[in-house]
Design a protein around this ligand. Structure first.
Ligand SMILES: NC(=O)c1ccc[n+]([C@@H]2O[C@H](COP(=O)([O-])OP(=O)(O)OC[C@H]3O[C@@H](n4cnc5c(N)ncnc54)[C@H](O)[C@@H]3O)[C@@H](O)[C@H]2O)c1
Length: 425
């Protein structure tokens, strides 16, 4: 038996995770959405939105832009965030809820069909589980958790979603890019030949300078308020930037290789950004995939670092490469091997542009899946399995760097380590 078979089987056995079979099976036995939620193809999906910040605003706008979804309720930790969102989205004051438990009011509102979950990821597992328990369709931003117990919780809820035919879309938007999907098809057909090495990266400067500069810590009533507002810098809320941001690129490598990584060996540190929080500012991880495919991965958030947001997979016949674009796919190509006797390398696939708007396509697909009007692989979406696997792959890389040793998939999956608020006035 091959190593990857063993790993897969153990993963499924030990985790009660969303199995490929259960998800794939459900795609063929779909019961129309209206029988679950009272939604019909001609009606408007009523959405409750938890976490009314930056990315949530983009997602909420794109969901409403479909013309078939409406934000009808808001929940946020901070009143000022509710005040900012309720006007533009025309939400009644009575449907605006504040505080750390505000999400519960959304979940218990039976007029709400679906939820948009866009808080810091540390809260996601509780919100996700609660939404599925309340039989709501879920559009959840990535990552799905910050630790293994959170991943297991989401995986279990995702399995329930599949049995109840509730749609789940996870904000790993490259899966909704036409260009990435075209490459995925070619790669599955063998366009790359024998794959040896891959590389993924999210290297950039420090971020959120504005948020840091604008607020004096002393002005925040409690340590909790301070950390929630500056969540990015705290491991228990963001999972560190390899999990929060670099997940996108790690996810693409796994998606294209049809497997999660089997183990990780990582390095990194906290060298430049020392004045706030506890996250690191650089990581370098080596992941091993089945068939001894090795993928190196870097993520840096140190001012002055040249930007590199990309994925590369090198094979004996061709190389897949991508570069990011703002709000859409930047460049995505598969370039054939250069002939031994000279001449140009054949371009097998090339996309350069901005019309492949993966965020828009993701929002439209979610609404169509809820309404039962999607087509093909988008007829019914449940992204939980790959969303959890990519979250855990990033956590495994992070923890291998924190601990300074190799971590296997099974160890990562079964870990009981939970990240939590450390307290403070
Ligand atoms: N897919 C993408 O390209 C993309 C891009 C950016 C961010 N994101 C993800 O979106 C999520 C939100 O990121 P953001 O940039 O919008 O952050 P943000 O800080 O702008 O928004 C987070 C919002 O959640 C609220 N909040 C915090 N804790 C809460 C709680 N317990 N209950 C209710 N509300 C709570 C905050 O007050 C804030 O309004 C993160 O998971 C992030 O990783 C995804």
């Amino acid at each position: 038996m091959k190593k990857q078979d063993l790993s897969r089987r153990d993963f499924v056995k030990s985790s009660a995770a969303v199995t490929a079979a259960s998800i794939a099976g459900s795609a063929f036995t779909i019961v129309k959405a209206e029988s679950v939620r009272g939604t019909t193809a001609n009606s408007t999906v009523q959405i409750g939105w938890v976490g009314n910040g930056g990315q949530g605003t983009r997602d909420a706008q794109l969901l409403e832009q479909t013309g078939k979804a409406k934000i009808v309720a808001l929940a946020d930790y901070f009143q000022y965030r509710l005040d900012k969102a309720k006007g533009p989205f025309k939400v009644d004051d009575k449907k605006c809820y504040r505080g750390i438990d505000a999400y519960k009011a959304i979940m218990s509102d039976s007029s709400i069909d679906a939820v948009l979950l866009t808080t810091p990821p540390g809260f996601r597992p509780d919100h996700f589980r609660s939404a599925i328990a309340a039989k709501k369709h879920v559009f959840a931003e990535k990552p799905l958790a910050v630790d293994a117990p959170g991943c297991r919780m989401v995986a279990e809820a995702g399995e329930k979603a599949a049995t109840q035919k509730l749609s789940v879309v996870v904000g790993l938007q490259r899966h909704y890019s036409k260009a990435y999907r075209a490459c995925k098809k070619l790669i599955d057909e063998g366009a790359l030949g024998i794959v040896g090495l891959a590389h993924s990266a999210w290297d950039q400067g420090d971020l959120w300078h504005d948020r840091r500069a604008k607020y004096d810590k002393a002005k925040w009533p409690t340590q909790m308020d301070w950390e929630v507002e500056h969540w990015y810098y705290f491991k228990w809320l963001s999972g560190d930037h390899i999990v929060e941001q670099n997940i996108h690129n790690i996810d693409v490598i796994s998606w294209m290789l049809n497997s999660h990584p089997l183990k990780a060996a990582g390095f990194g540190g906290r060298s430049a950004r020392k004045e706030i929080g506890d996250i690191w500012d650089h990581f370098a991880i080596t992941y091993e995939y089945p068939n001894s495919v090795v993928s190196s991965n870097t993520c840096i958030q140190i001012d002055g670092t040249p930007g590199d947001v990309s994925e590369t997979i090198r094979g004996s016949k061709a190389t897949f490469t991508t570069t990011a674009g703002k709000g859409g796919t930047g460049g995505t190509r598969i370039e054939g091997a250069r002939p031994r006797r000279g001449g140009d390398a054949p371009m097998i696939y090339k996309y350069e542009g901005m019309d492949d708007k993966h965020y828009d396509q993701e929002a439209a697909t979610f609404v169509a899946s809820v309404l039962g009007t999607g087509e093909g692989e988008d007829k019914y979406r449940n992204d939980t399995k790959y969303g959890v696997e990519s979250t855990l792959a990033a956590i495994m890389g992070r923890d291998s760097a924190y601990k300074g040793r190799v971590i296997t998939w099974d160890e990562a999956w079964n870990s009981k380590e939970k990240l939590a608020f450390k307290g403070g006035a």
